[in-house]
Design a protein around this ligand. Structure first.
Ligand code: ZN
Length: 348
């Protein structure tokens, strides 16, 4: 699923339709597109959600930016309800995160970096859960990073709110201690937080309160990141390393079962967005990967298929690797090569 915070913003049926056509012609795996919640992602006026749904949107999000106005968020829940598509929310209170470059804690204080507190996320999580409960609508919380947010998610699930949530590989594997390197490739939004936050995320992924791993893949050109930490943009890539990073950092040390990781990277995300859950079954379209769990490989800048290499894993040796991918019944990746067999379906 691709995000709409591109240039141009995916906020009209015309822009979305062009992307859907291009994916039909070029994508080698089923690809879906989220459309913006607000026009231009400016947080002022809702997009034409019914038209965007008809043009093939998978969900609505203003990702990269929060929906600051509570009134607009409530109307977004009401209108998205008519389309049956979920809202995927980037929870951030900008008045609390302003000028923040790292998690508010010992590390940001010692380095003198602008603090981005956990509460900047969790107060917005609490607001959005309250509104989703009020409107009885499904919301999906993206890239949770803080224990306080996980606690709010658990209370809402207990109260019967229709909510799903995701967590990124970098928040599951790293803490703000990594920021001491001042490497711009450990600068993301939300920021890496404390070990206590990381443990809360792993526990929630393990017990299913957080049902999905998502990469929050954000490519940046080298020159954009080749600046001092405080000037660098937020965001790291993660698609090509997601499985190996989590296998190395969580499964091998015994923090997560392999079966659980595979579920949270396949059926879990499908469920969160109302997509068909992949099954291995006679007569079903094959959607599966072959893993080499004994593989050992080093993450290098020139090893990415992505045009960008802004990875938090550069130089690290990882274990386990995807060696073959079959998507929608066609071989999409094998022998280290992407195979170009076209006419792929578009997900929604
Ligand atoms: Zn985001």
């Amino acid at each position: 699923l691709a995000m709409p915070n591109t240039d141009p913003v995916v906020d009209t049926a015309a822009v979305l339709g062009a992307l859907v056509e291009r994916a039909r012609a070029e994508a080698v795996v089923p690809t879906g597109f989220m459309a913006a919640i607000s026009k231009g992602q400016r947080g002022e006026e809702l997009t034409e959600m019914a038209e965007l749904a008809a043009a093939g949107a998978s969900a609505f999000t203003d990702d990269g930016l929060p929906v600051v106005s509570a009134g607009l968020m409530r109307r977004a829940l009401q209108y998205s309800g008519l389309t049956g598509l979920p809202l995927a929310l980037h929870c951030e209170e900008p008045e609390l995160s302003r000028d923040g470059h790292a998690h508010e804690g010992v590390v940001s204080a010692e380095l003198g970096l602008g603090p981005y507190p956990s509460a900047a996320e969790s107060v917005m999580v609490e607001r959005d859960l309250a509104l989703a409960g009020l409107e009885e609508r499904h919301i999906h919380l993206m890239h949770l990073s803080a224990r306080e947010s996980v606690d709010a998610l658990r209370r809402a699930l207990e109260a019967g709110v229709d909510v799903s949530a995701e967590v990124t590989p970098h928040h599951l594997c790293q803490t703000d201690e990594a920021v001491r390197s001042l490497d711009p490739n450990v600068k993301m939004n939300p920021p890496l937080r404390s070990e206590d936050d990381r443990l809360a995320l792993v526990e929630a992924l393990r017990d299913g309160a957080i049902g999905a791993v998502a990469t929050d893949h954000a490519p940046h050109a080298r020159q954009e990141k080749d600046v001092p930490f405080e000037e660098a943009p937020f965001g790291v890539i993660g698609l090509e390393t997601a499985f190996s990073a989590l296998y190395t950092h969580l499964v091998l040390p015994g923090a997560l079962r392999l079966e659980t990781l595979l579920e949270r990277m396949s059926a879990g995300p499908a469920r969160a967005f109302g997509l068909v859950e992949p099954r291995i079954e006679v007569g079903a379209r094959a959607n599966l990967v072959t893993l080499d769990l004994d593989a050992e490989w080093r993450v290098t800048e020139d090893g990415f298929r992505s045009l960008s290499a802004n990875s938090w894993l550069l130089g690290e040796t990882l274990h386990g690797r995807v060696v073959r991918t079959i998507a929608d019944g066609r071989e999409a990746f094998a022998g280290g090569q992407v195979l170009h067999s076209h006419t792929q379906q578009v997900m929604r």
